[in-house]
Ligand binder design. Sequence first.
Ligand code: COI
Length: 360
Amino acid sequence: MKQEISFIPREELKAKPDTASLGFGKYFSDYMFEMDYHNDLGWHNPRITPYEPLTLDPSAMVFHYGQAIFEGMKAYKTPDGSVQLFRPEKNMKRFNESCDRLCIPQIDEEFLLEGIKQLITTEKEWVPDGEGTSLYIRPFIFSTEAYLGVRPANQYKLLVILSPSGAYYGSQLSPVKIYVEEQYVRAVIGGVGHVKTAGNYAASLKAQKKADAGGYAQILWLDAKENKYVEEVGSMNIFFKINGEVVTPKLNGSILPGVTRDSVIELLKYWNIPVREERISIEEVFAAHKRGELEEVFGAGTAAVISPVGELTWKDQSITINDNQIGQLSQDIYNELTGIQLGKKEDPFNWTVKVTSVEG
Ligand code: COI
């Protein structure tokens, strides 16, 4: 039997931020979804509760051994005023894959999605409707058991918080500069790179700082073994358009299987544009540029959507892609994906899921 989701009201609602100044991940709505796990009780006490600071034991295992995973998804306001999600079942599935890899107990995917829908319905006034905006949804789980031995914890907390957001990189669809990292690695095969665990991002910060200092928006990671094959960018997957064909690194166990990545591949197939998932070396990318065949490079991710890459730097070589302009294909994919997400275009793939109706 499904559990009832209880509602704990707050006394005062917050003022909503100005849509023009949203940025990414700075503002949080009035409520969050919360649920706890105990070995004896399973996942229990699902509730929509005021967004507020948590109290945790200093010995909570997450602080010491890092059992922490998350997801990223978005809710969109459609022209008729209803709210919808984009392929949320894929996020739920990946959340459980992250649980599995981090020895966190599995969640009921359907139930969590229902909880997220109820939370968004409560918070529908927080779904922004300015150009390029959406309500970013961040589900996450971490271990809360107070214990210092190294083993999977017996207690966890699951939270879903909401953040009205605009573009991830300052402005939507402006080409970014990316730096190919050679000293540090993001993930190894057999490790945790293919799931969304907090530690992956902690491990990326040192290189990200280097990139920031050089004026780059993000890092392009290479494989950990040979330092040769392209993996992904800090917060998105990567695509190269070479001589009319699109190539993206094949999922190999250390690359994150992005929902936007998968959607771009599906879209390209639908448009009959050749697309291949295969191992591609950074040398090949630079060689393609030298031959004049590297037409476009773009990243794809939930937060970033489609992000054209205008410049790539590897060792001491910098290349400018498509004159640092938004490529036609990047623009077309962006228009189509955001059109579907925002309910402005037909959704032939059945990717969108309504959360609220016009009245709702
Ligand atoms: C997302 O795209 O939703 C992500 O989780 C990337 C994040 C690190 C901003």
